[in-house]
Design a protein. Structure first.
Length: 749
């Protein structure tokens, strides 16, 4: 019994949990919060999610040749559980019962105990998975979280004072979360009566997490959710790759490639400038929507691939699960579904052209993806892509300007090649799909078409802030799936130990060489955060040069009538280039175990969080606040419009605080003007608001109150304000709170 347990996946699971727990506790998460969140994931997410996943996909378990494993059901079912929980939470929030979703596991327990069908769900036959896969995936998860801890968590210690939040995006996320703690449908909280034109599912999920656990949303944003989404992304992607490639090696290679990411010859600490950014980056934490979207996309990807299988027709359960999965993905982020729909349309057109008939299965798939994508854009996010416009090559031109490089046709071509090569080189294993005409498989065609669509958006379209590049990043799971599938085809089964060790050594040598090259380039730079033209050129040429050298070697060996190196050699070399990130983490950890870091900038003056908490505790959920704080810094010119902290920490709506990110602001876009410096989309409202603070009178204050239903005035002494004038209106205002930097007035009705 003991030996059987040791050969199972349980030791790997326990070791992974202990490793993650040590990292999180070391970085400020209390053991109580960790245990509470773990119980929440198991009881409220995984338990109902796995049950419903298995109910819908019961027919797959009857397929003796491709029966799912418990690993697949547990990984994808847990992710599916988030999608099931969220609509119930939103319904409860709408009717004033935000904890309504807590009844879901109770219903599942009742069904499981009271019916034979419910009990059968837990005993359906499953396939086994090699325990070595569990150890390998556990290592990838721990590596990913260790990377986040070394480069991201350390920048935002949990002991950090509230007013020293290093990322303005955190206050934005907190502001959106505040809406989903108390009200639905939501608005943009820092700009009253402005639709929330954003992918907000992760913020609603974080609000639900808070209602279930009581854990502060700051801990969720900075530590717990990034760790959970990373772990589930690795497990979910491994499950999809295992089902696609049908070999354990695919289950390990795909998530490992995703987590290690792209490569460059610019420097291991290159800031990436927003364009060479791998999957695992600082924005994995500061942009929770994209991280959440990566995770939620995996059940949808698995089900699309299941629908496109040529050896069987999908049943109703598969179609139902697919519809639910894409609906769960619809508001998680706006980049995946349009690309998935493009890939499905591509399959439909190619099938119609080659077979002279319309494939009804693909037609239904395309219809579902297009319909849900339109629903997401027009209803959930209320967004018709107004920020995107057709402007070929404006993206590379903008990136060159960001790096301070001269814009020229040659430089544009180089940067385009860099963008393509850096994001596709870890798909080198896809060459294996050339065997047995697997490239013609509908699944391969869909994934390749989706990847192509993501790349085209980056080059043909443009959006302020270069948000169009998120489409390119969103195809990363499909790139690594193609690579892992092809590699599983290339490798013999089973893989001889000698061959496996040789390929691993070759990949490690390639990664070490890339690290040494990029480190040498970084040491020669005056600013390691920027790229030179020659570094970009080297990044574009290195993989291409290695491929040319391989082909030349094959040609020479052919002339000499000797066997040349097989494709596994060049695939290992190209995939190994990404290992430079692993070498950088190892060297940085050993050389600088306690790195020095600059103190984070002040988002607001001391006392601001205290004043905001006072308002939150003495106001109602639907009360409105007016403030004289708009720019991130007092007397800032030009004004940085990303000021969100008052709505974030009061959890109330503000007449006009900042105005960063909404499409009304993006509509004011001007060339060579950063989007953070664009003017207010509602100058009339801004004048009415500021008149009440700078020129207070019964008329100016009453106008503000009557037009917008204001209940509190939140005043910063550091911004323009006539405090004596406000205090001279006792019939209209009463001062209720004051400290060195902030004053709060209550409006008399």
């Amino acid at each position: 019994m003991a030996s059987r347990l040791l050969r199972s996946s349980w030791p790997a699971f326990i070791a992974t949990v202990l490793g993650l727990s040590w990292i999180l506790v070391h970085h400020g998460v209390t053991a109580r919060d960790l245990a509470t969140f773990g119980a929440y994931l198991v009881l409220l997410v995984a338990f109902p999610g796995v049950f419903c996943w298995r109910v819908l996909l019961v027919r797959l378990h009857a397929d003796e040749t491709r029966r799912p494993t418990w690993f697949e059901d547990l990984a994808l079912g847990t992710i599916f559980g988030f999608g099931l929980q969220l609509p119930v939470y939103l319904l409860g929030l709408w009717i004033g019962r935000p904890r309504l979703f807590l009844v879901i596991p109770i219903v599942i327990i009742v069904v499981s105990l009271s019916s034979a069908e419910g009990r059968r769900v837990w005993t359906m036959p499953t396939s086994k998975v090699d325990a070595r896969v569990s150890w390998a995936l556990g290592a990838v998860i721990v590596y990913g979280v260790a990377w986040l801890a070394r480069y991201v968590f350390i920048l935002r210690p949990m002991s950090l004072p509230t007013y020293r939040t290093p990322s303005v995006d955190e206050t934005f996320d907190q502001a959106i979360i505040s809406q989903f703690l108390h009200r639905f449908p939501p608005e943009l909280p820092y700009l009253l009566h402005t639709p929330l034109e954003y992918h907000w599912f992760v913020h609603a999920q974080l609000a639900a997490n808070h209602w279930a656990t009581g854990i502060d949303s700051v801990v969720m944003l900075r530590r717990l959710m990034p760790t959970a989404t990373l772990a589930l992304t690795v497990l979910g992607l491994g499950a999809v790759a295992l089902r696609l490639g049908r070999r354990p090696v695919a289950a390990v290679v795909a998530p490992a490639l995703l987590v290690v990411g792209a490569s460059n010859v610019i420097g291991p600490h290159f800031h990436a400038g927003g364009y060479l950014e791998p999957f695992l980056s600082a924005r994995y934490v500061s942009n929770p929507s994209q991280a959440y979207g990566f995770m939620l996309a995996l059940p949808a990807i698995m089900l699309v691939l299941e629908v496109l299988r040529a050896d069987r027709r999908p049943g109703r359960g598969v179609w139902t699960a697919l519809l639910l999965a894409v609906l769960a993905l619809s508001g998680s982020t706006g980049t995946f579904l349009p690309l998935f729909a493009c890939g499905a349309i591509g399959v439909l057109l190619i099938t119609a052209a080659t077979r002279r008939t319309v494939d009804r299965t693909v037609l239904l798939l395309a219809a579902i993806l297009v319909a849900v994508s339109a629903f997401a854009q027009l209803v959930v996010m209320r967004d018709t892509w107004p920020g995107l416009r057709i402007d070929p090559l404006l993206t590379p031109r903008t990136l060159l300007r960001w790096q301070g490089l001269e814009v020229s046709p040659t430089a544009e071509v180089v940067l385009v090649v860099v963008l393509v090569v850096a994001w596709l080189e870890y798909g080198a294993g896809a060459v294996g799909l050339l065997r047995n005409r697997l490239w013609a498989d509908r699944r391969a065609v869909w994934m390749a078409g989706t990847v192509l669509a993501g790349l085209l958006v980056a080059f043909l379209l443009f959006a302020p802030g270069l948000s169009n590049l998120w489409y390119q990043r969103s195809v990363a799971p499909l790139v690594v799936l193609l690579s892992a599938w092809g590699l599983a085809v290339l490798l013999p089964d089973p893989v001889p130990r000698r061959l496996g060790a040789g390929l691993v050594l070759l990949a490690a040598t390639s990664g070490l060489g890339a690290y040494l090259l990029s480190r040498a380039a970084e040491r020669g730079d005056s600013d390691p955060r920027s790229a030179t033209y020659h570094e970009l050129l080297a990044t574009a040429i290195l993989p291409v040069g290695l491929l040319v050298a391989y082909l030349a070697g094959r040609l020479v060996m052919s002339w000499a009538k000797r066997p040349g190196p097989g494709p596994l050699v060049i695939v290992a070399v190209l995939l190994g280039l990404s290992l430079q990130h692993a070498f950088a983490l190892a060297v940085d950890t050993v050389a600088a175990p306690d790195p020095t870091r600059k103190p984070p900038p002040n988002q607001f003056a001391p006392g601001g969080a205290h004043a905001a908490a006072w308002v939150r505790n003495r106001s109602r959920a639907y009360d409105v606040i007016a403030t004289n704080v708009h720019c991130r810094l007092p007397d800032e010119k030009p004004c940085d419009n990303r000021n969100f902290w008052i709505s974030a920490y009061t959890q109330r709506r503000v007449v006009i605080e900042g105005w960063g990110y909404p499409h009304g602001t993006d509509a004011n876009y001007l060339a060579h003007v950063p989007d953070i410096h664009l003017r207010s989309p509602d100058p009339v409202r801004l004048r009415i608001n500021d008149a009440a603070f700078q020129h207070p009178s019964a008329e100016s204050v009453r106008r503000l109150v009557d037009l917008y239903g204001v209940r509190f005035l939140f005043v910063s002494r550091q911004y323009p304000v006539d405090l004596p004038g406000l205090r001279a209106l006792p019939d209209l205002l009463s001062q209720r709170f004051a400290n060195r930097n902030y004053v709060v007035f209550r409006v008399h009705r």
